[in-house]
Ligand binder design. Structure first.
Ligand SMILES: [Zn+2]
Ligand SMILES: [Zn+2]
Length: 326
């Protein structure tokens, strides 16, 4: 990934979020991606069980909220995105792989395929081959692009073109084989249920209590959390290419969005990110709280992160914040 890729507005029209694009040519004619669509629908439906009182526990809610940070921020934002896709920092391998397992548990496919899709997004942002530009439609960017087959997003094509560096690590290469990553996800689900089940038994609960507690932790701590992390990640694709303000006149329609910025622990400062893709720091103004960046600083102090890339010194905020609104 070149750095910084663009800080000058080479074509003012490309920053216009009201332009219209067709969905990628490689996704036409639309053909349902049955397995992906079924999985996404099933996990949403299971998460809806949270509305059934029998599945409630405060522990489940606390685990869901903590999980947003542990799995979403550490696994997806820090590891899959800032470290593996953009190489904005380096961690010891054992620690990097541990974070990658947290990312796997978010059910957003393997690190290599995630990296491939996201690098393709940066390469063609808000141009027709962009896998998930909201200029095709907001719903397409948010979820539609995953529900239909795209010839350019097959595992082999993406990985061989965009993620060779990731595949050089045998750990990531193995995850691509025999649906190993799915097994990791299933084991993590079982782990949540079994831990809660055993804890309830140990503190003297009945077998029925243990089953109820196990399911409450599974529904809230796994399925509700997974759906929330999904929609936060997906909002970075949809919302932050549609609404928000721009610090930089980049040549796509990326935006910094206050709501997604805070909800996603920094990923929503997306215009900053497109202006300096390799930087591990996404919040550039003082109010742009970037919890992922704070975490990276903490890891650095602990000796667990090095070679941290920061915004290029000549990168100057160029756009008028007020002009674009929030
Ligand atoms: Zn983007
Ligand atoms: Zn990125």
């Amino acid at each position: 990934m070149p750095f910084p890729r663009h800080t000058k507005n080479t074509d003012a029209g490309r920053a216009d979020a009201t332009r219209r694009l067709d969905i990628p040519e490689s996704a036409r004619p639309l053909r349902l991606a049955r397995i992906d669509a079924t999985g996404i629908a099933a996990i949403h439906l299971i998460a809806l069980l949270a509305f059934v009182p029998w599945f409630f526990s405060w522990t489940g809610i606390v685990l869901a909220l903590l999980g947003l940070y542990v799995f979403g921020t550490l696994g997806i934002s820090l590891c899959f995105h800032r470290m593996l896709t953009h190489r904005g920092l380096v961690c010891p391998k054992w620690f990097e792989h541990s974070l990658a397992i947290l990312g796997l548990c978010c059910v957003q496919d393997t690190p290599a395929r995630w990296v491939g899709i996201h690098r393709r997004h940066h390469e063609h942002a808000d141009e027709q081959p962009d896998p998930h530009s909201p200029l095709a439609s907001f719903l397409w960017a948010h979820i539609g692009w995953m529900l239909f087959r795209n010839r350019e997003l097959t595992r082999i094509r993406l990985v061989s073109r965009y993620a060779k560096d990731v595949m050089r690590d045998p750990f990531y290469a193995k995850l691509e084989q025999n649906f190993r990553w799915v097994r990791v996800v299933l084991i993590s689900w079982l782990g949540f249920f079994a831990s809660a089940f055993l804890v309830e038994l140990v503190v003297g609960g009945s077998a029925l209590d243990a089953i109820q507690f196990g399911f409450s932790v599974l529904i809230w701590g796994v399925f509700v959390r997974t759906v929330l992390v999904w929609h936060i990640t997906w909002s970075v694709n949809s919302v932050t290419h549609t609404w928000g303000y721009r610090n930089y006149d980049t040549d796509e329609s990326s935006r910094n969005n206050l709501i997604i910025g805070f909800l996603s622990n920094g990923e929503g400062w997306h215009n900053n990110h497109h202006a300096a893709p390799r930087s591990a720091r996404f919040g550039h103004r003082w109010w742009e709280l970037d919890v992922t960046w704070v975490t990276i600083r903490l890891l650095s102090a602990l000796g667990l992160a090095r070679k941290i890339v920061t915004p290029y010194p000549s990168l100057a905020i160029t756009a008028d914040v007020d002009r674009h609104g929030v």
